[in-house]
Design a binder for this molecule. Structure first.
Ligand code: 13P
Length: 288
């Protein structure tokens, strides 16, 4: 199946009271682990790609080529959207031109009126090409690819104004942060989420910083309108821990385990487990 826009995937999720994981990819292993697991569990899925990861993988065309080729050779039939994560204005345009099927334009660091104006331009360009758009108000805490936020609660009127630009789904800060949550984290603000949900007319809401949020908070967030949950750090931690264990056990020195296909296998398997856990926790299994 060809890559699809994320609009229908997320409208169905919001209506069906589940959330679809948007998991960041870094390379072939990440992409293969996510696609094969989504297919095995019959779940729709979004592959998130930050601009840093695009650069690492040598450019937008390389990412589109790798993902599209892998969908074909693995015979992936569940709906998959290739989504730019935290895109800049120029990055969003480049992703649209290269064949991404969904983009996040992140103007949350700009004055609100500039964020709105630039979002509108990206919406016009993306929708003319059948591509879905996510935008953000109120920065998400933590650090991702050099973008640093302090973790805030989004302003409700800004959420309403941003939704009116015609975006397909909305990311809004509700106390969530990228990366691992500190021990003294206050948890998600369900009061803010409920207000956003009631004020924005049913648009699918996006929860960034999905790593480490306890299952009961995830369930409550989905009840209140979250339909897309971003996960990045969790796969990195799983891959790194399993790879470290493999090397520390000395197994990398046995036989031909220096072969990258063997050296990286335990890290790969750990990512598959992490993806499974998220799909099951978010309720998207058998929703393809
Ligand atoms: P985590 O790295 O905390 O899972 O957040 C991912 C994310 O929100 C990507 O936009």
């Amino acid at each position: 199946m060809a890559l699809v826009s994320a609009k229908e995937i997320l409208v169905n999720a919001r209506e069906g009271h589940y959330a679809v994981p948007a998991i960041n990819i870094n390379n072939l292993e990440w992409t293969k682990a996510i696609l094969t697991t989504a297919q095995a569990l019959n779940s729709p899925i979004l592959l998130g790609v930050s601009e840093g990861a695009v650069k690492y993988m040598t450019g937008f065309d390389a990412v589109v080529g790798m993902v599209s080729g892998m969908m074909k050779s693995l015979n992936i039939t569940v709906p998959v959207a290739l989504h730019l994560d935290h895109g800049s204005f120029e990055g969003a345009k480049a992703a649209i031109a290269a064949g991404f099927t969904s983009v996040m334009y992140d103007g949350s660091h700009l004055p609100f009126d500039e964020n709105i104006a630039e979002t509108k331009e990206i919406v016009a360009l993306a929708h003319a090409n059948g591509i879905s758009v996510e935008a953000e108000v109120g920065s998400i805490g933590g650090e991702e690819d050099g973008i640093i936020g302090t973790g805030e609660l989004a302003d409700i009127q800004e959420c309403v104004g941003m939704t009116a630009t015609g975006i397909d789904f909305l990311a809004a800060g509700i106390g969530n942060i990228h990366g691992q949550y500190p021990a003294n984290w206050a948890g998600l603000s369900f009061e803010t989420l409920q207000e956003i949900s009631e004020a924005t007319g049913g648009i699918p809401l996006v929860l960034h910083g999905g790593t480490g949020i306890p299952a009961e908070q995830i369930t409550k967030a989905i009840d209140l309108g979250v339909a897309k949950i971003n996960v990045n750090t969790e796969l990195q931690l799983a891959f790194a821990a399993a790879t470290r264990a493999f090397i520390e056990s000395g197994k990398d020195l046995e036989g031909k385990n220096y072969d990258p296909r063997k050296l990286l296998a335990s890290g790969y398997d750990a990512m598959v487990e992490a993806v499974k856990t998220k799909i099951e926790m978010f309720g998207s299994a058998n929703k393809a």
